[in-house]
Design a protein around this ligand. Structure first.
Ligand SMILES: *Cc1c(COP(=O)(O)O)cnc(C)c1O
Length: 338
């Protein structure tokens, strides 16, 4: 089976399994797990932030950030197709009592400075006031587009001028950095916090990191505990996570495989394919007279998995466990399925 549903499906390498076995551990709730401490310090540096916090999932990282940056009852500006808004069970309302105001970030999912200013609500006797702007890079729903640092800077500057902090959902920020040939810390230069996933293209079995300044991370540590995310000898997970940080440049291979897959699929009559910038390939099935679900069922019978991203949109994701030959085979099977 060629599993292109997500870049989360990778199995840990032998080296990662060894890193789990060999990790030096301690009780991380007491701050005594040396492997976690090392991961947090390496990750903070990679993101150009003062400090970092290891969290079990990207979702928890995003939700902690929202909670720390805001006060109960405020509004948060989110992009209308963003993960933090669409795919986290309404956690902004559930955990932090926030009301969302959505901005339409267009084809690339990035709000303009004008949109940020227009969406801002000043607190008064009737209005809750805006407490946070969130951004996403790469933008998942828009097809893994890599947002240029200047666009992030512009939105962040508009927010900062209004006194708003900015959180970046950078689940795949390393993909963006590789695609744009900049460091991750360039992308995060003007945001106040960033979350990124070790368990996506970087290949770790578990884990994400939330980074920001010292004070933010100290508060985030308390909220992680509140949400039940205080873990003990978790170096056994952070060890593979540390190795994952060595895999940033490897993401280029996923991007190349996505380009190959997209080119091959674009040659199939009835499919229209968005040119990938990173490791996500969006395929529209409308001209073939098929829904995404129908195409995916036929693909599955032929040994290829993808995910349904809309009535007529299929997402294929390249990752560490598929190589060039696999994507060529996958494209052949999709053609056959159609
Ligand atoms: C996967 C993802 C998350 C959440 O990560 P989990 O570890 O699955 O909770 C957040 N944001 C984006 C953009 C993602 O793709």
């Amino acid at each position: 089976m060629l599993d292109l549903r997500s870049d989360t499906v990778t199995k840990p390498s032998e080296a990662m399994r060894d890193a789990a076995t060999d990790a030096d551990v301690g009780d991380d709730v007491y701050g005594e797990d040396p492997t976690v401490n090392e991961l947090e310090s390496v990750a903070a540096e990679l993101m150009g932030m003062e400090a970092a916090l290891y969290v079990p999932t990207g979702t928890m990282g995003n939700q902690i950030a929202a909670r720390v940056h805001t006060e109960r009852g405020q509004e948060v500006l989110v992009e209308r197709e963003s993960h933090i808004y669409k795919w986290e069970l309404g956690g902004l309302a559930q955990h932090s009592a926030l009301q969302v105001r959505t901005l339409d970030g267009g084809d690339r999912g990035i709000p303009t400075p004008e949109q940020v200013r227009d969406g801002y609500v000043e607190e008064d006797a009737h209005r809750p006031g805006t407490g946070l702007l969130t951004l996403e890079n790469t933008h998942n729903s828009k097809g893994g587009v890599a947002i240029a640092p200047e666009k992030i800077d512009a939105a962040a500057e508009a927010a900062h001028d209004l006194g708003l902090p900015v959180h970046l959902d950078g689940a795949r920020v390393c993909n963006a950095a590789v695609a744009l040939d900049v460091s991750p810390s360039r992308i995060t230069e003007n945001v106040d916090s960033v979350m990124f996933c070790l368990s996506k293209g970087l290949g770790a079995p578990v884990g994400s990191v939330l980074a920001g300044d010292e004070e933010f991370i100290a508060r985030a540590r308390r909220v992680r505990k509140l949400l039940g995310g205080g873990m003990r000898q978790v170096g056994v997970l952070a060890g593979p996570g540390l190795l994952a940080l060595d895999n940033v440049s490897r993401l280029e291979a996923d991007h190349e495989n996505a380009r190959v897959l997209a080119e091959l699929l674009a040659d199939v009559d009835g499919l229209s394919v968005q040119s990938p910038e990173t490791n996500i390939v969006l395929v529209n099935t409308e001209d073939a007279g098929l829904t995404a679900g129908e195409l995916l069922d036929a693909c599955e019978e032929r040994g290829v998995l993808g995910s349904e991203f809309g009535t007529h949109v299929v997402r294929f994701c390249t990752h560490w466990d598929v190589d060039r030959e696999d994507v060529e085979t996958a494209a052949e099977r999709v053609r056959d399925a159609l």
